[in-house]
Design a protein around this ligand. Structure first.
Ligand code: ZN
Length: 135
């Protein structure tokens, strides 16, 4: 993991009492060593999220939870703010808990379909032990 991206992430985390949800997620779009934009998880639902049911890695459906995934928020910003093709974008997922410990931010089922559909270059996600390449 590029140290600079980690520092950008740390700078973007608001005080814990301002978090909209229990954990704080950021998806960052980068191109090589260049930071492009980011998205955070939001406590409101986007219509695209409603069309694609959300399941966590254990297969549990959480489509009813009022939230938008940071991946979706970030990728919509990429589209709106740049003309960089998704094939050149690497998405890095960060997630911290309320003790500011890094935790697992593997994309959910809905985001996984989105990443495949957009043919992203690659996706890295945080785990308690560092970063993993999403396949
Ligand atoms: Zn998701």
């Amino acid at each position: 993991m590029n140290q600079r991206f980690l520092e950008i992430f740390i700078g973007l985390v608001p005080p814990v009492n301002e978090w909209p949800l229990r954990t704080f997620h950021i998806s960052m779009a980068v191109k090589g060593n260049q930071f492009i934009t980011y998205g955070t998880n939001l406590a409101r639902t986007h219509p695209i999220n409603l069309r694609n049911g959300k399941r966590n890695s254990s297969g549990i459906d959480f489509s009813g939870t009022k939230m938008s995934c940071s991946e979706l928020v970030c990728l919509m910003r990429v589209k709106r703010k740049s003309n960089i093709p998704f094939e050149k974008i690497t998405l890095i997922n960060f997630r911290v808990d309320r003790n500011l410990e890094m935790c697992n931010s593997k994309p959910c089922g809905s985001c996984s379909s989105l990443l495949k559909f957009l043919r992203l270059r690659k996706c890295l996600y945080s785990t308690p032990n560092g970063f993993e390449l999403y396949k």
